[in-house]
Design a protein around this ligand. Structure first.
Ligand SMILES: [Mn+2]
Length: 694
């Protein structure tokens, strides 16, 4: 760089800090529990948690009976449980109709097992993403009805299926809808438009005279979990359930936690309690060990097998983290639902082998019988419900291989999308990209990565073997921009749309794409006031390198689990120098040596805010930073490009000072804390020590 300086890539935005409030919070919480360190107090305050009681609650052991609202509070939940129990007692055959993402798969597994435990017989049906698409469809309902199914329970879908609900009624199917997606509203009256079903449970459902649910940010699997809880209570006829049912509910909390982390709902309130409980209790025996007794485990055996396949169990680890779920487990399960292999898709040798394995697994005679031709997502559900260790092993191995096919497809699509942007849309306020060569199951992940990288709302449309095409959009994390509303405003160009503020899907005819693009870009230009092309990096605090020790890390972990709306804290240190030139490590497609407990080489969950940078952007940056007598190892996955940049500055001046932004993680391999470098600049601080917060 000609002037020997370097600017940060992201906007570093400090969370509010006030030394007096830090001190006050420490004093106020002292009687309620262990004394807070200034760092931890600052983390809470910076995240808007100011009430000492909330701080104490966040730090105390997760408790389901005080930390979760009972199912009676969830709108429609008890009524749905009663309808299901009546169907069980009438010996109706029941099908749980799910979705092909982790939230849908775990929700399906929870209810299938709950109905069985309550004395009923349940099948599951997971639509094929490519052939059927998301949500209920009339053909599937017809097939289920022909198979003798008398009741269909939707999970993670169904709330906007007005037409399909009418069809179900016409063919005599009882329909129970459980969902968490956006409810249609009448623009004139503002009233909710609901499908005609026997019962509906949904956290945003407004019932006459009933106050709205206080924390509507539940994922589909948690809605299913609450219904399962209500069902076991109703079946038992008391609010205390048997030991067997209690065991099941603890296991179901684990499944619901997978859905919660994978669906990127905020990890606060009930969601945080649930995930913390799952990590400590439900997943207590997820890693194989001599002492663990299968009968004592609350983990589905298929999940244990998948964890073993994923490689995260290979280190001396006692516990699984939310980041393990988000970056390792969820992407693997999701890979099944992406249908990356299908009859018509082009295959290399490895894909060909995987496709043969898929067909053999789908045709297995012991397979839980299910209606129609389901896709590979049904294997993900089977992994979660199977009782056979052998079958669990086969499925886990297959799903792990499938994840590699997914990564390969994703790299190719990312590359082509970047080419399109470079060629035509560099200055557009939002991206609407389309291709007939993009696999519709993978476009959502790429849209999420582009939205984050360019700080612009992104819609990716696949026209592969289809017109209307399938589109998947992602909004901007940490912003007020609402993607669902944007689609609503442009709906004249769409054949269908649905979803949430941050992630939504659509259908569109190829001849409407240009018109949609200009309408969507106009909407974005008007409604999204971006802070420039840089993405926002929220900084929790500024501390010297010496502050980051194993003890500090334990304090930081008190805020865990980290994920949506509760991101792993980010710190900055000013005026650090390199101890030696930075190095590039790891092969192009290999994980760096020494995996860390805060996630291995990151692997993206659907819609997760973190981008998968490991395999696609290059090798890993590694360096040691020094500040006075303190030295810390730092890595940045996929940022091999930083090595040359930083070393050029170091070569010009070995005392060159940098300001670095990073997260702190524990490296199991080296047994010490290390920094996960997120951004850096040449130091602008002349007397850095003067500005430290100690
Ligand atoms: Mn969901």
């Amino acid at each position: 760089m000609p002037d020997g300086s370097r600017q940060e890539e992201k906007n570093w935005a400090a969370r509010p800090f006030d030394a007096q409030r830090v001190e006050r919070l420490i004093q106020q919480t002292a009687p309620l529990g262990p004394r807070l360190s200034p760092l931890l107090a600052q983390l809470f305050l910076g995240r808007g948690i100011t009430d000492p009681k909330d701080v104490a609650a966040a730090l105390s052991a997760p408790n389901l009976s005080t930390g979760l609202r009972p199912p009676e509070q969830l709108p429609g939940c008890v009524e749905a449980a009663e309808k299901i129990l009546a169907a069980i007692r009438a010996e109706k055959r029941i099908a749980v109709y799910g979705d092909y993402d982790v939230d849908g798969m775990t929700a399906t597994a929870i209810l299938v097992e709950a109905i069985t435990l309550a004395g009923g017989s349940a099948k599951y049906y997971v639509p094929n993403r490519l052939d059927e698409g998301y949500g209920l469809n009339c053909d599937a309902l017809d097939r289920l009805s022909h198979e003798g199914i008398g009741m269909v329970i939707t999970v993670d879908c169904g709330i906007s299926s007005l037409k399909e609900a009418l069809h179900a009624r016409q063919i005599g199917l009882d329909l129970v809808i459980t969902d968490h997606h956006t409810i249609l509203t009448d623009p004139e009256t503002g009233k909710q438009i609901l499908p005609d079903a026997a019962a509906i449970t949904h956290p945003r459902l407004l019932l006459d005279g009933v106050p709205p649910y206080p924390f509507p940010e539940l994922c589909g699997a948690v809605v299913a979990f609450k219904l399962a809880w209500a069902l076991e209570r109703a079946a038992e006829g008391t609010s205390r359930v048997s030991a067997e049912k209690r065991r099941f509910l603890i296991k179901a909390v684990g499944l619901a936690a997978l859905g919660t982390v994978a669906d990127v709902v905020p990890l606060w309130d009930e969601n945080r309690t649930l995930v913390r409980f799952a990590l400590e209790k439900s997943f207590g025996a997820v890693f194989p060990s001599e002492s663990s007794d299968a009968a004592e485990s609350y983990v589905p055996i298929g999940l244990c097998a998948l964890v073993a396949e994923s490689g995260i169990a290979s280190r001396a680890r006692k516990k699984i983290t939310s980041e393990d779920i988000g970056f390792s487990i969820a992407p693997r399960l999701n890979a099944a639902g992406r249908e990356v292999l299908c009859e018509s898709s082009p295959k290399d040798e490895i894909d060909e082998q995987n496709w043969k394995a898929a067909k053999a697994l789908l045709e297995h005679p012991d397979r839980l019988a299910a209606a129609g031709q389901m896709g590979l997502a049904s294997l993900g559900v089977e992994l979660l419900v199977t009782q056979s260790a052998e079958r669990a092993g086969e499925l886990a191995h297959f799903i792990n291989n499938l994840n590699e096919s997914r990564q390969k497809l994703e790299r190719k699509i990312m590359h082509e999308a970047l080419e399109q942007i470079k060629a035509s849309w560099q200055d557009a306020p939002a991206f609407v990209l389309a291709s007939a060569f993009w696999h519709p199951g993978v476009i959502g992940i790429v849209a999420g990565r582009l939205a984050e990288q360019f700080n612009r709302p992104t819609v990716m449309i696949s026209l592969q073997n289809r017109d209307p095409g399938t589109g998947s959009g992602r909004g901007i994390p940490d912003s007020d921009f609402n993607l669902y509303n944007a689609f609503e405003a442009c709906k004249e160009h769409l054949t269908r749309f649905g979803g949430h503020a941050a992630a939504a899907g659509l259908g569109i005819r190829s001849d409407k794409i240009d018109a949609f693009r200009s309408a969507f870009c106009d909407y974005v230009a008007e409604h999204y006031h971006d802070t420039g092309s840089k993405t926002l990096l929220r900084v929790d605090g500024e501390f010297p390198l010496s502050a980051f020790t194993n003890k500090t890390l334990a304090e930081i972990d008190a805020l865990a689990p980290f994920g949506a709306d509760n991101t792993r804290p980010v710190f900055v240190s000013y005026g650090v120098t390199l101890s030696a030139p930075a190095r590039r490590v790891g092969g192009k497609n290999r994980k760096p040596s020494g995996s860390t407990s805060a996630g291995n080489a990151p692997d993206t969950a659907a819609g997760a805010k973190n981008t998968e940078s490991t395999d696609t952007l290059g090798r890993t940056f590694q360096a040691k930073f020094r500040q006075w007598r303190d030295e810390r190892r730092a890595v940045a996955f996929g940022r091999g490009d930083w090595v040359d940049e930083m070393n050029a500055l170091y070569a010009a001046n070995a005392a060159a000072a940098f300001d670095i932004a990073f997260q702190v993680v524990y490296n199991d391999y080296f047994g010490q804390v290390e920094l996960r470098l997120l951004d850096w600049r040449t130091s602008t601080s002349t007397t850095p020590e003067a500005s430290y917060v100690r």
